[in-house]
Structure formats: structure tokens, C-alpha cells
Write a protein of this length. Structure first.
Ligand SMILES: *Cc1c(COP(=O)(O)O)cnc(C)c1O
Length: 426
């Protein structure tokens, strides 16, 4: 068994495996192991879909129990006990304590982009308008509707057709911290001759996961929410990567106190890495006709089981999120120290969604490659892959966080000489 059979037969479109070309076999907590038994520390964690770590024992036990009892696996959208359990746990322990109990829950196809498609379709139906305002560096998925809102040109070109009905607006800080981008957007939308019309919706990430960990401040989000409300446009918050505790709250928008019209949730919601995606809809916007937006795999029962176990184990008290915040302080201070030792390196992100931004092109990739050689899986994001993005499982013990930061520190130092060599060769 080797990676050659995969490389021979799998489409060229494969991507993460090109950066981390090992043959992985087992995984436990914050570690994955390849077929040779080599151990890797995993700061990629399924691109943020494994917030509770690999094969989390509490979730695994619930899953095995469900399977052993011949629990329902596939049910379309028939009522099941697994779904009822999930909805009860999610409403009682996640939504109600955050004053979000007046949202309806729509299960969509199992991936994040499905939630974004449903959000856009619903916003257009509710408002009778067609434009969506999306932001620079935003990422919302690669199916055509969501891709239209995603900003990365390489992915957009692959559409092979025009991507329509999206207006691109500058995210907070896009022109530097002194330029008020909400004022710019407001100017366009208040001027009947600007060429802009009031949109069906604004779609935004609070921390831009693929775009380079740019963060929107609570004040900026509040003003965006007020603008959307004044214009009769819906505000869609894409919490697909930021959600489920990653930024130090269950939802990244919580600190702003806003009540988005629609919230997209996926990646870590099942907790076990099983596919699951949902759209939260403020109840007055739940204007779907029955069956108007359909799909075979809307809410897998196995995902419901692990999602419920994750909520019951980690979210009934404040202990878990308290640890996440404490760990975030540790990671940030480790990264600050690295940044202080090198020129052209800065710390970006929020909570446990932190990264190192490198001003030299290619350096973040060089660091990522060197880390992999030393047993740490950590990817890059942002324009030209300029940002090393750390997404360790939120359950990672302090000692392993320190171990990962140590490797990043070593590889950042190494890359100083390596990128100079590369620059010399080019
Ligand atoms: C991953 C991601 C998506 C798309 O989810 P898929 O499951 O890959 O379709 C959308 N938005 C954000 C912010 C994401 O991180």
C-alpha cells in the first residue's frame, strides 16, 4: 500500500495531500500517524472541522453505541430520535443561553457551501432582490453561488462561467486601519447614482479563515448589521470555520452582540469530522415553502449523534471555553515571541484561530514545509499563501501547543536563511 495508487488515479484537483504527502492511517486527539507509525502533531485538524480532536472518545462512544443499537443512519428529513436529541441540546445549551432561541434550524446538504447556497437563496426570496455584498478576501465555498461570493481569483476562474450577482466590498482594514470601509459601503448604497443597489444580503466572516485571518471588530460588525437593517438587507454571518468555539466563543459574532439574520454553521458542528451543515434562520425570515430547497443528505443521523455528544460534554458549563481562551493566550504569546525575533513577521487572528503573517512571499510556505519535515502539520492561507494558520484541536493540551510553537519557532528561524537562498536563486 502506498501513495502511488492515489497519485495515479485521483484527479489533479487534490490539494492538501500535495503539501503533506504522507499515507495517514490512524489519529488520536491532536496526533495523526502515518502507515509507518510516524507521529505528526496536527495543527490543520481537518481545516477546523476537528475542534474536539481526532476520534474524541466521548463522541466515539456515542457513535458506536448508536451503530450497535441499529440506530437510524439515513432518514432524509424524517423525524428521528437522533435529530430530536440534537435539536434539544443545541437549543437548550447553545442557542438559548446566547439569547438566540428565536432561530429556526435548516439542515442542508452536508458541506459548508450548501449552507451558503441556502442562505443566498433564502435572502433573495425574502427580499425579492438579487445582489449579495461579499468582502475582499472572503471565502464561502466553491459551488457556483458561494463561489461568486468567494474572492480568490484562482478558484473563481475555475467556474468557467461568469459569477454574477455579487458586489465586492472592502473588509475592515482593507485600506489600512485609518480608512472606514463601512462609510465607503454606505456611501455607495446611499447614492442612487453609484451603480449599486440595496442588496438582498451582506455575507461576511468574522475572522477570514482562508483569506489570511483578517478579523472584523465588534464595532465594525455592529455598524454593518445596522446598515443591513436600515437597507432591508439580510446579514449572513458565515461561521463555518469560526464556529463551535474556535474564536473563544461558540460563535465568533457573539462579542459584537449582533443578531444576524442568517448564520451558516458546518465544519466542527458534528464534532467528529463527520459531514454536517446547517443554516440558522431568524424565524421571521423562514419563508421557505415545504420542499422548496431539498437534498438527500440533509442532516446525517451519525452527525447528529456526535454533535449532541459534543454539546453535552463540552458546552454545559463554561469550563471548556475557559480553557480555549486560556490556550489562546498561550498560543498568542508564543507567536508574539516568534514575531518579535524576526523582521517582516506579525501575528494575526483571534482566539484559537491565530497565524503568522510573513511579508516575504513564499516564506510561510517554506515554514509550513519545514514544519511538516519536523512532524507538525500546519497550513498556509491568505493572498500568495502569506499566512501560516494554526488550527489545533481546541482540546490540545498545553504541552502539545508548546511543542507545536517550538517547531514553528525553529522553522521560522530556518526559513530566514532558506528564503534568502531562494531569493538569491530567483
Ligand atoms: C470551509 C468553508 C466554507 C465551505 O465549506 P465546504 O464544506 O468546504 O463546502 C465556507 N465558508 C467558510 C468560512 C469556510 O471556512
Amino acid at each position: 500500500m502506498s501513495i502511488e495508487v492515489i497519485e495515479r488515479h485521483e484527479s489533479q484537483v487534490r490539494t492538501y495531500c500535495r503539501h503533506f504527502p504522507a499515507l495517514f492511517k490512524r489519529a488520536e486527539g491532536s496526533h495523526v500517524f502515518d502507515s509507518q507509525g510516524r507521529r505528526y502533531l496536527d495543527f490543520l485538524a481537518g481545516a477546523g472541522s476537528l475542534n474536539y480532536g481526532h476520534n474524541n472518545p466521548y463522541l466515539r462512544e456515542a457513535l458506536i453505541g448508536h451503530l450497535n443499537e441499529n440506530g437510524i443512519c439515513q432518514s432524509l428529513d424524517l423525524y428521528t430520535t437522533a435529530k430530536a436529541d440534537f435539536m434539544e441540546a443545541f437549543f437548550d445549551h447553545i442557542l438559548a443561553p446566547r439569547n438566540l432561541a428565536d432561530y429556526r434550524l435548516q439542515f442542508v446538504g452536508p458541506t459548508g457551501t450548501n449552507a451558503v447556497e441556502a442562505a443566498f437563496k433564502l435572502a433573495r426570496k425574502v427580499t425579492g432582490r438579487h445582489q449579495i455584498v461579499a468582502f475582499t478576501r472572503g471565502f464561502h465555498g466553491v459551488s457556483l453561488g458561494a463561489l461568486a461570493a468567494s474572492a480568490e481569483n484562482g478558484k473563481r476562474r475555475a467556474a468557467g462561467q461568469p459569477l454574477n450577482n455579487v458586489l465586492r466590498a472592502p473588509f475592515e482594514g482593507y485600506f489600512g486601519q485609518k480608512v472606514d470601509t463601512i462609510a465607503i459601503i454606505e456611501k455607495f448604497l446611499d447614492d442612487p447614482n453609484s451603480g449599486w443597489e440595496a442588496p438582498a444580503a451582506f455575507v461576511v466572516e468574522v475572522v477570514q479563515g482562508e483569506g489570511g485571518l483578517e478579523t472584523a471588530s465588534p464595532g465594525w460588525l455592529q455598524r454593518l448589521a445596522a446598515l443591513a437593517s436600515r437597507l432591508g438587507s439580510l446579514l449572513i454571518i458565515d461561521e463555518i470555520q469560526t464556529g463551535c468555539g474556535r474564536t473563544g466563543d461558540f460563535f465568533a459574532f457573539e462579542a459584537s452582540g449582533i443578531k444576524p439574520d442568517l448564520i451558516c454553521v458546518s465544519k466542527s458542528i458534528s464534532g467528529f469530522g463527520l459531514p454536517m451543515s446547517l443554516l440558522l434562520i431568524r424565524s421571521e425570515h423562514d419563508q421557505w415553502a415545504p420542499g422548496e430547497h431539498n437534498g438527500t443528505f440533509r442532516g446525517s443521523n451519525l452527525s447528529f449523534v456526535t454533535a449532541t455528544a459534543a454539546i453535552r460534554h463540552y458546552w454545559l458549563t463554561g469550563d471548556f471555553i475557559g480553557e480555549v481562551r486560556a490556550n489562546a493566550v498561550i498560543v498568542r504569546s508564543g507567536l508574539n515571541e516568534i514575531a518579535s525575533r524576526h523582521r517582516g513577521v506579525s501575528v494575526v487572528g483571534r482566539g484559537m484561530m491565530l497565524g503568522l503573517r510573513f511579508s516575504t512571499e513564499g516564506r510561510a510556505d517554506a515554514v509550513s514545509r519545514a514544519c511538516f519535515e519536523q512532524g507538525l502539520i500546519v497550513e498556509t492561507c491568505g493572498p500568495h499563501g502569506n499566512t501560516l494558520k494554526l488550527l489545533p484541536p481546541l482540546t490540545t493540551p498545553e504541552a502539545l501547543l508548546e511543542e507545536g510553537i517550538e517547531i514553528i519557532a525553529r522553522c521560522t528561524a530556518l526559513s530566514e536563511s532558506r528564503t534568502e537562498l531562494l531569493a538569491g536563486a530567483a
